[in-house]
Write a protein that binds this ligand. Sequence first.
Ligand code: NAD
Length: 503
Amino acid sequence: MWRQLRALRGCGRRWQHRSAIQVTNEPILEFKPGSPERAALQKALADLRGKTEDIPCVIGGEEVWTPTVRYQLSPFNHAHKVAKYCYASKELINKAINAALAARKEWDLKPVQDRAQIFLKAADMLSGPRRAEVLAKTMVGQGKTVIQAEIDAAAELIDFFRFNAKYALELEQSQPLSVDISTNSMVYRGLEGFVAAVSPFNFTAIGGNLAGAPALMGNVVLWKPSDTALLSSYAVYKILLEAGLPPNVVQFVPSDGPEFGDTVTSSEHFCGLNFTGSVPTFKRLWKQVSENLDRYRNFPRLAGECGGKNFHVVHSSADVGSAVNGTLRSAFEFGGQKCSACSRLYAPASLWPHIKEKLLEEHGKIKVGDPTQDFGTFFSAVIDAKEIFGPILTVFVYPENRYKEVLELIDTTTPYGLTGAIFAQEKEVIEESRRLLRNAAGNFYINDKSTGAVVAQQPFGGSRISGTNDKPGGPHYILRWTSPQAVKETHVPLRDWRYAYMQ
Ligand code: NAD
């Protein structure tokens, strides 16, 4: 990638006409004993031991502290304050809005190639020299195991930055037809105003993407990170700045959720919300937007990805091993704190005794503990004590001749529509399940667990109350963050106002 970047930098105008860059998914490292990545991670973890990082608000290009000081605690060791931070006041949030708006025009006019290069560089930093740091911060701050941190803070975030850059460059090439007498072009402008990016605790990558994707498309952003993911969020923010993101393009605004939400949605310049989190928070913000609609200069774009309560349905023709192992991973990895985690298992009565025995046997082998001390840990402490969002699996056993009714039950008994999986070997069963569960999941898996979507392979998101299904990780997503302008330039002078038929 460095070689590619150097080549791109040297290309000058020719580079402006390049339609695409080649991007592949970041390889997931294994961290085997003796591997260099394991040694680097262990060193990074040792560097964090007992340390508290000071994390300011970054507003108007300056580090700012307020009296509302708070601490982020390590979920598996509450005695360890991993970060000291403060909440931005309403005045500071408004200052951040003004500073962002002042930077908007220049940033929006910057060629997309230049903006993309910043994110490609950030991806390279994450892939190489900064990988161990963000992994360690994600492990200590959010309680992730090695592999959960790796697929999130390294692989997914790198992929988001690289693939979004690729999609943005390709979009630039998507131009309207021109004819002999006129040239037509599409200008992919950022939105006129500021975008509020509000991120959840459970994925470092999501924070980077919620703030990063609109910025890539020429927008200015206020990023409100989660209180319980500040350590890793700040690391990502600093990497973006070091990669060349101008200081005022993304304002880093830790703050009380409702105070932030109330302030941004009451600004006339609010033009977009890029949210991931719980349904109640998203609904509250949506309602505030509608209440404030008369103030806005633009209709704001609202993108929100929320929860799931996702299903695994096992048919009597299923491979039991895949169903059991997939369910264990999906329900219990990261303590069930993934939006895509399986929380509903539907098992046929004929297979249930076997499935139950295997589930209990394997579940008994799961090690829960401190993921930084023992790499054999499968999951760690949950983040906090709010609503159920944890390692809980419910099971519904059904008579196998009522499979179709079970599919209807799955489809109609939750308001969610995020992810779901079917385990079956019979082709007709798979086809019928796909048909009947068409609206039950935005990400549907066949003989695979309901978690683990990969950028550019399974763009992610669901509908119903699971969200607006804008599919981060796919080419459609960046379209939410651009307001295209169609330009027609006519080359032939208009000599008469009358039409030919009028003669
Ligand atoms: P949350 O709703 O509690 O918080 C999300 C963010 O919103 C945080 O930064 C929080 O401080 C902020 N917030 C809270 N109240 C606010 C308000 N009134 N105005 C503005 N911001 C406010 O969610 P969480 O516990 O951090 O995250 C877990 C949730 O996220 C789960 O429901 C999970 O399913 C969902 N999630 C969904 C996806 C997806 O892609 N669908 C991915 C990850 C997480």
